[in-house]
Design a protein around this ligand. Structure first.
Ligand SMILES: Cc1ncc(COP(=O)(O)O)c(C=O)c1O
Length: 397
C-alpha cells in the first residue's frame, strides 16, 4: 500500500478502507467493476494456497472433487436451488461463453439480447452467431429506461420463430439498472425460447433466489459484490439443460455430466471458488441484507445529490437501482477516447476512481456504494466533474 501521507480520507474512514486493503490515496467509487477483497478473505485464499502447496498431487486427486461440490452446496444455500445445478467458472464471461457454445445453433437461427447488454457479451454473441451462420438480434432500449414494460415489450417484439436464445442482464453495466428478469423469463418460457440471465453484478448487491427467476441459465460473479477473490464466477443451470451445457474449454469431465465437466477444466487455481463461503461470511459480517440495504440507500442519496448538483440525468428509478447509479454526464463526447481521458483525469488529477464511458453516443459516469464509501465521497465527485466538464467542453462539443 502506498504512503498514508497522500490520503484523501478522513482518519475515521481509513480503518474501513484498510479492512479492504484499498489505497487511501483514492476515493474508490467503482466497486461494481472489479469488487474489492476484504483482508480476511485474501488471508483465507493464502491459507488455502499454502495447504494445497504442501501436497498438490494428494489435494487434486483426493480432496478437490469433494471440495468443489461442497462449495457448490454453499452457493446453493445462499443463492437458492440444488448444489448439483451450480458450477464455478472463472467469471461471468466464461459462463456466458459456455452457454453460447452449448447451443445447437444452425444457419438462419437467431440469438437475441438488448442494447443494454455488456459490451463483451455483445461481442461474444456476435462471433458465435457469425460462426454458425446465425443472426444476432439486439432489441433497442432507450438509454434511460422509465419502466419495466419497455424492456419486456422490446424483447417480445424482437422475438421471432428462429430465436434460439434470449440473453438479458439482471443489473446492467452501463446504466446500472435492474431489469425485470422474472417477466423476461416468463416471456421466454411462453415463447419456447431458452433464456440466460447475466447476473454478473447481482450476488451480494441484491437479494437473490436464482431458481425462482425461472430462467434456463443464470450466471453471477461472487468476485464483485460478494467479496470473493477475482475468478469466482458462478453458473446455475436448470436440470433440463444439464445434458447440453458444457464449458467453453473442454477437458476430462466433458463426458461425466454437467457438474463434473465444469469442476475439472484442466489444472487451475481453485482457491477463488474455495473462498466462496469465506467471502459470503465476510458479507454477512458486514451486515448481509443490511449491508445491501445500506449500500442501496447510500447510492440513492449520492445519485440524487449528483444529479441535482450537476444537473444531469440518472438512469433508472429508485426502484430499479441498487448499489450503483449511472449518469449521462454529457450528450456529447460519447466516444471511447473522450471517456478514457475523462476517467484518467478523474483518477490522476482528482484522485477519484469511477468509471466514465461511452454508451449510446453519450458520455456516462457510474458510481458504486460499498461499506467503505460515505456521502462525502459523492460530494467530492461533484466539483471534480464540474472542473473536467468545463475544461473539456470545447473538446466535447
Ligand atoms: C453485465 C455484465 N456482464 C458480464 C460482465 C463480465 O464480468 P467478468 O469480467 O467478471 O467476466 C460484467 C462485468 O462487469 C458485466 O457488468
Amino acid at each position: 500500500m502506498t504512503s498514508l501521507s497522500r490520503s484523501v480520507l478522513s482518519p475515521s474512514r481509513n480503518s474501513a478502507v484498510a479492512a479492504f486493503e484499498l489505497s487511501p490515496d483514492f476515493i474508490h467509487l467503482n466497486h461494481g467493476s472489479y469488487g474489492a477483497v476484504p483482508r480476511e478473505v485474501r488471508l483465507e485464499q493464502e491459507r488455502l494456497r499454502a495447504a494445497i502447496e504442501r501436497n498438490p498431487t494428494g489435494y487434486f486427486q483426493d480432496e478437490f472433487p469433494d471440495a468443489m461440490r461442497s462449495m457448490a452446496a454453499h452457493v446453493a444455500r445462499r443463492l437458492g436451488g440444488r448444489s448439483e445445478d451450480w458450477v464455478f467458472c472463472e467469471n461471468a464471461t466464461a459462463a456466458i461463453s459456455a452457454v453460447l457454445h452449448s447451443l445447437p445453433l444452425e444457419s438462419g437461427d437467431e440469438i437475441l439480447t438488448t442494447s443494454h447488454a455488456y459490451g463483451a457479451v455483445l461481442k461474444a454473441m456476435s462471433l458465435v452467431a457469425e460462426r454458425r451462420g446465425a443472426k444476432m438480434q439486439i432489441a433497442t432500449l432507450p438509454p434511460l429506461l422509465e419502466h419495466d414494460d419497455q424492456v419486456v415489450e422490446a424483447m417480445r417484439s424482437a422475438l421471432g420463430s428462429r430465436t434460439r436464445l434470449l440473453v438479458v442482464d439482471h443489473i446492467t453495466s452501463a446504466t446500472a439498472t435492474i431489469l425485470p428478469v422474472k417477466r423476461i423469463a416468463e416471456l421466454a418460457r411462453d415463447s419456447g425460447v431458452p433464456v440466460l440471465i447475466d447476473g454478473a453484478h447481482a450476488p451480494g448487491q441484491i437479494a437473490l433466489n436464482v431458481p425462482q427467476i425461472g430462467a434456463d441459465w443464470y450466471t453471477g460473479n461472487a468476485h464483485k459484490w460478494m467479496f470473493a477473490p477475482r475468478g469466482c464466477g458462478l453458473l446455475w443451470t436448470t436440470p433440463a439443460r444439464h445434458g447440453q451445457t458444457r464449458p467453453a474449454v473442454l477437458s476430462h469431465g466433458t463426458d461425466l455430466g454437467y457438474a463434473a465437466a465444469f469442476d475439472w477444466v484442466g489444472t487451475r487455481d481453485p482457491t477463488p471458488w474455495l473462498c466462496f463461503e469465506a467471502a459470503a461470511c465476510a458479507h454477512d459480517g458486514l451486515g448481509g441484507p443490511d449491508l445491501m440495504a445500506r449500500n442501496r440507500d447510500v447510492a440513492a442519496d449520492g445519485a440524487r445529490m449528483i444529479a441535482s448538483a450537476l444537473d444531469v440525468q440518472v438512469a433508472g428509478t429508485p426502484d430499479t437501482r441498487a448499489a450503483m447509479a449511472a449518469f449521462i454526464l454529457s450528450e456529447h463526447g460519447g466516444d471511447a477516447e473522450h471517456a478514457m481521458r475523462f476517467r484518467h483525469a478523474l483518477a490522476h488529477e482528482h484522485r477519484i476512481m469511477a468509471p466514465a464511458y461511452a454508451f449510446a453516443d453519450r458520455l456516462w459516469l457510474r458510481i458504486s456504494a460499498q461499506i467503505y464509501n460515505e456521502p462525502a465521497d459523492y460530494e467530492r465527485l461533484v466539483p471534480a466533474c464540474q472542473v473536467l466538464l468545463a475544461a473539456r467542453a470545447p473538446a466535447l462539443a
